[in-house]
Design a protein around this ligand. Structure first.
Ligand code: ADP
Length: 728
């Protein structure tokens, strides 16, 4: 190899080495650059971390300070809490979930005074055993083990019930324990010693007061009973005295003695009943009785107190209800009499409606009997309703002042209802009326489930004509519920339009406004109606020939059904030749005497005693007109001066009815104390036929009776019969 070649090779090697050196230098440079960038990043990071650490250190110091403050506050709160808990007279303790005492105040631990084992750390069961065995508590008769067992059982129930315990020294504590969500149990032992002692004192005082009250009521009951006996003498003797020959003035005095005596007796009876109830001396005497009959009896007894008021007494006794129950009939009647009596007393016009219904219990042996007495009277303000059930309480007001009463009726009624497992309430709107309702729990008297009478199949329709909506509607509903086709009409015109015919039964109310019942009855008969025709009447009357019979109001569903079931089936009659009626077949002469004075009525009845007549009294003019309308009598004796509607006005009305209904004219004889000639003419001008001045003479009365006797009546006087016989 030549030198040149050697030189070229060296030069090439040197060049290659230089290039490699450059490359390595470039790489080194790059590495240096990266290294310094990294070092810079690191420095920045270190600075950042240092700042963060600085901040954290600051925060920690702050947190530590706050923690210290909080701990201080907690300690203060805890100390305050415990100071409060310690101050409380009642015991307070906390037990953990396993029943170990965590803390307790001094009051809780006090009963265990001196027993070291009792304090935080003691288990609940151990605590109970110590309490029982060391005699801390009075187990009140139970054995110690039983007491502990019972208390443990209580402690283990999820919602621990409160329990009163008694300590050895007669003190009492009520234990109230509550579990918290974390399983601890907070236990309070409330000191109720003073409360229990007070209660015992109150009980003793109440017992003494009740005994004193019973003694007072017993005294009152005895006294009222004692007063009744002489009072009966006073009233009875006054009655007898009134029947002896007295002047009008004397009669007035005697009547005043009698009526005052009777008012006093009512008051005494109320006081007697009330004091008997108060003294626990009133006993119920249950027996099987007819409730339906009792309701009707009460209405019948109270009918006279309706007097001249335009007031209908109605009964709606649920047709599906049994009539007989086991109860104290006297007391049930007393309740009804009080409520219906009040309703009549406080209602001037409209109606008093007694509704009776019942609900059987599950076995059906006992019924909840609901009775309501609704009236259309003066009503009671809502604020007074509770008040009136109190003793001697009455509604105080202008409108009530004119009504007499003791204010004891409802108090007695309420007590009686409560004695019969019932409840009473009232509802009222002033000026519109009141409704008193009550229920009694009564056993059904088994043997009394009588089947309703069977209605003959020929009865096609029952036509009811009556002026009063509730009354005719109750009757219609009762009949319809027995699957009987009943129709009700409010006036004679509608009844005529219904054209009563074969297969119909007509029930005619005597109070229709557009026709007198007798006249309408005659008209139906004249028109060819042959079927049963019943008069519905509130006053005792004698059925005229035109009527099949009379049904007394308020109508008893059973009476109506029985009348229907026994109604004669009409047939085309083969009229027999009229034969003179024997004396026994002829009806008695009907005489109506209108007289407002009770003594005078008594005198009148004594004077006509020897006459065989049917005597009916009206106590004023209005009653006389009503009685006339119900059934025209054969003769009327009319007192002239009577309250509200006097004798003249009553006569005018009767004459008007006669004209409208084209009825036979009834002779009317005036009776008056004013024997002035002018009066006589005026009286006769009012439509009266004759004139008698008081005092009445027996002979005059009998003469008028004999004169007025119609041919279809039995002669009222034996002498008259003899005379007739002699003439024949
Ligand atoms: P008395 O009727 O003897 O006063 P009660 O205890 O029977 O006593 O009634 C108390 C009062 O309740 C009555 O005085 C009357 O003010 C009121 N009262 C009772 N029933 C009725 C009624 N049906 N309508 C209006 N007020 C009545």
């Amino acid at each position: 190899m030549g030198n040149a070649e050697e030189l070229a090779r060296e030069r090439r090697a040197r060049l290659a080495a230089e290039r490699l050196l450059d490359l390595k230098q470039a790489e080194l440079h790059e590495a240096n650059r990266k290294l310094s960038a990294h070092a810079r990043d690191l420095t920045e990071e270190i600075i950042e971390k240092r700042e963060e650490t600085q901040a954290l250190r600051h925060q920690t110091t702050e947190a530590l300070t706050q923690l210290e403050t909080a701990r201080g506050k907690i300690m203060i709160a805890e100390r305050r809490l415990w100071t409060s808990i310690e101050t409380v007279q009642d015991g307070f303790a906390i037990f953990d979930h396993s029943g170990v005492m965590v803390a307790a105040n001094a009051a809780y631990l006090a009963p265990f005074d001196g027993i070291d084992a009792v304090g935080p750390g003691v288990g609940y069961e151990a605590l109970l055993r110590i309490a029982a065995e060391e005699g801390v508590i009075d187990t009140e008769g139970a054995s110690r083990d039983d007491w502990v067992e019972e208390m443990l059982w209580r402690w283990r129930t999820p919602a621990i019930p409160p329990r009163t315990i008694r300590f050895w020294n007669g003190g009492f504590a009520k234990l109230v324990d509550r579990r918290s969500d974390d399983g601890d149990t907070v236990s309070l032992a409330l000191n109720i010693t003073a409360e229990i002692r007070n209660q015992a004192k109150l009980k003793a005082a109440r017992r003494r007061a009740e005994a004193a009250n019973r003694a007072k009521s017993a005294f009152l009951a005895n006294m009222s009973h004692e007063i009744r006996t002489p009072m009966n003498g006073v009233v009875g003797m006054a009655q007898l005295l009134a029947e002896t020959g007295l002047t009008e003035e004397q009669s007035l005095y005697v009547e005043t003695i009698r009526s005052s005596g009777e008012s006093l007796l009512v008051l005494i009876n109320d006081v007697l009943d009330y004091s008997k109830i108060e003294a626990d001396k009133l006993e119920l005497h249950p027996e099987a009785f007819d409730l339906e009959q009792a309701v009707y009896e009460v209405t019948r007894l109270l009918r006279p107190s309706v007097g001249t008021k335009k007031l209908e007494l109605l009964v709606d006794y649920d047709i599906f209800m049994p009539a007989c129950y086991v109860g104290d009939p006297g007391r049930v009647r007393q309740i009804l009499t009080n409520l219906v009596g009040n309703a009549v007393k406080f209602t001037e016009e409209g109606h008093v409606l007694i509704r009776v219904s019942s609900l059987p219990d599950a076995e059906g042996a006992r019924h909840r009997v609901h009775i309501s007495v609704e009236d259309t009277g003066i009503g009671i303000g809502s604020g007074q309703i509770d008040h009136i059930f109190g003793e001697f309480n009455q509604v105080d007001g202008e409108r009530n002042r004119k009504y007499e009463g003791t204010g004891l009726g409802l108090a007695i009624t309420r007590r009686l209802v409560e004695m019969m497992d019932g409840e009473i309430w009232a509802d009222s709107v002033v000026g519109q009326g009141s409704s008193f309702g009550f229920y009694l729990t009564l056993e059904v008297a088994e043997e009394q489930w009588a089947e309703p009478p069977e209605i003959p199949p020929w009865i096609r329709r029952i036509l009811i004509a009556g002026a009063h909506f509730p009354e005719r509607d109750i009757l219609r509903r009762q009949l319809v519920s027995q699957r009987l086709p009943a129709h009700a009409f409010s006036n004679a015109g509608d009844l005529r339009d219904a054209r009563p015919t074969l297969g119909d039964v007509v029930l005619l109310d005597c109070g229709l406004e557009d026709a007198a019942a007798d006249a309408l009855g005659n008209e139906l008969r004249d028109g060819g109606f042959d079927g049963p025709l019943y008069l519905l009447s509130g006053a005792p009357t004698n059925p005229d020939g035109v009527f099949t019979g009379i049904l007394q109001k308020p109508l008893r569903r059973h009476d109506v059904l029985r009348a229907l079931s026994t109604s004669p089936e009409p047939e085309t009659p083969d009229l027999p030749a009229p034969t003179p009626l024997a004396r026994t077949e002829r009806r008695r002469m009907r005489i109506l005497a209108a007289e407002d004075n009770r003594t005078n009525r008594l005198v009148f009845s004594k004077l006509v005693k020897s006459a065989d007549i049917e005597l009916q009294f009206a106590e004023n003019g209005l009653e006389a007109v009503n009685a006339y309308e119900a059934q025209p009598p054969d003769l009327i004796f009319m007192d002239i001066s009577m309250p509200e509607v006097d004798g003249r006005e009553a006569t005018r009305r009767i004459r008007a009815i006669e004209r409208d209904g084209r009825l036979r004219r009834v002779p009317i004889v005036a009776m008056t104390a004013h024997a002035l000639t002018g009066d006589r003419d005026e009286i006769l001008a009012a439509g009266l036929d004759h004139y008698l001045s008081k005092p009445l003479k027996k002979a005059d009365l009998l003469a008028h009776i004999a004169d007025a006797c119609p041919p279809d009546c039995a002669p009222p006087l034996p002498e008259l019969e003899e005379a007739q016989a002699a003439r024949a």
